[in-house]
Design a protein around this ligand. Structure first.
Ligand code: GLU
Length: 308
């Protein structure tokens, strides 16, 4: 089976160097395997997603020399246009009583449509809605206040064999609690959408920042529960701000600004050196890194941006 990789950015802002590192590694991993690249726009949250950012992201990837074979702007690859697809799988979970409605305000507060990044508290210690009787639930459902829908987290040790960090085991019920698959406003949540999409789009390689490693067991479980085959997960180090002035400046620079000051080969060369892929930060085209690409060269710890 040939490899299928993906770019899956959320268009809630301009990309910065950290995003570019994850995109570069996802692309190199896929192309080094001779695979096909998919570009999916994760614009689930209508309040945070903007077309201008989506267009800028596509343009930044092209500028960097990272191409894709199918995907955005084809609406089949925009999560905001895929509600009917998610609904089919949501109904399956509902029919199997794997999800329950939740009227707690906490569920309303949780962003859920966005991927959980560091510093965002995810643990759900359980609420009364999980324990309502069928009758109590029916009464509340008829009451008209729309609920969020939560998935009963599996109480089992789930292991993901991460291609870069090795075996990662998690018991989602004990470590994270139940999680939202559909918000009260009807928007489907990140965990459901990403699992359904990776499954239906035939993705076999998920390469992304290691802050999402803790989502991988739930996604693997969801895909297998929905009858699919989970992809291989390969998380990558994150870029962190260094101490120096330039580092801070570079780290926070959006690609919009970066592109005025640097050539794409300079950015790729810098990123490749920072993560351990290249011995020097000499300018290099992304495609020229394909032959020498190996996860063994890539740092495990987060990568600080340092002074020039
Ligand atoms: N769209 C998510 C983000 O930008 C990434 C989701 C994923 O790679 O699974 O944080």
């Amino acid at each position: 089976m040939s490899a299928v990789g993906r770019f899956a950015p959320s268009p809630s802002g301009y990309m910065h160097l950290g995003n570019l590192l994850a995109m570069l590694l996802a692309w190199l991993d896929c192309r080094a395997l001779g695979g096909e690249m998919v570009f999916r726009m994760e614009d689930l949250d209508p309040a945070r997603s903007k077309r201008v950012y989506a267009e800028a992201m596509a343009d930044d990837l092209r500028w960097l020399g990272l191409d894709w074979d199918r995907g955005w702007p084809d609406p089949d690859y925009a999560q905001s246009k895929r509600g009917a697809v998610y609904d089919t799988y949501f109904q399956q979970l509902k029919d199997r009583e794997l999800v329950y409605p939740c009227w707690c305000t906490r569920s309303e507060r949780l962003a859920a449509a966005s991927a959980p990044h560091p510093g965002e508290k995810e643990h759900d210690s359980g609420c009364r809605c999980a324990r309502l009787s069928r009758d109590e639930r029916e009464v509340l459902l008829r009451g008209g206040k729309p609920p969020a829908w939560k998935l009963r987290s599996p109480d089992a040790a789930i292991t993901v064999n991460d291609g870069h960090y090795g075996a990662f085991t998690q018991n989602p019920a004990r470590e994270l609690g139940d999680f939202i698959v559909r918000r009260a406003d009807g928007v489907f949540a990140y965990q459901l959408a990403v699992s359904v999409d990776d499954m239906l789009m035939g993705v076999t390689r998920v390469v992304r920042g290691r802050d999402l490693l803790s989502s991988a067991p739930r996604q693997k479980w969801l895909i297998e529960t929905l009858g699919g085959t989970a992809p291989d997960y390969c998380h990558c180090p994150l870029l962190t701000g260094g101490a120096g002035k330039l580092s801070k400046r570079l780290g926070s620079l959006s690609t919009q600004v970066l592109r005025q000051e640097y050539r794409p080969e300079e950015v790729v060369g810098r990123l490749a050196h920072l993560c351990g892929l290249a011995d020097s930060d000499a300018p290099v085209a992304a495609r020229d890194l394909i032959p020498g690409f190996s996860w063994e060269k890539i740092a495990k710890g987060d990568v600080p941006l340092h002074e020039e």
